[in-house]
Design a protein around this ligand. Sequence first.
Ligand SMILES: [Zn+2]
Length: 154
Amino acid sequence: MNNDRNNTPHPKTGVPLKNYGSQAYPEGQIYLDAKQINNFQKSIDEAGLDGNTMNTGFVFLHESLHTRFGASFFNSMTDNKQKVGGRFRDPSGAFGKTYSAGNTVDRVNTFRRELGLAERTTYSPHNPNNLGSIILSLNGTSKEVTIKNQPLNN
Ligand SMILES: [Zn+2]
């Protein structure tokens, strides 16, 4: 767990991890970006949906699927076909919005659905210069939520 005051460097590039948002590595390291998660949750709350759909637990679950250990809990034929290098990946294509959520988000959405939370219908990669938006869907209604910088304390 980390936040925007933390300067832990990326293991390969040396760039502070806070510049990349939450992420994970195949070997099992998971970095959670507290500021990014706070921005997600409060922006979704402000849009009238339950911000828990992007809370720390859901972001952790998402990132864990990018590790081989996290992905090892998913072993159906479809799971194994969709794994790349023993883990699940996000749709590729740099900082653009994609209109498919991808193999990782689809699996996390199963848990959101079970809890009655809105599902993520798009994946948009982290971009520190443009927080972007997330399209959420609840009971067949979609809503695009613009992610804004939010204060860390209420
Ligand atoms: Zn991801």
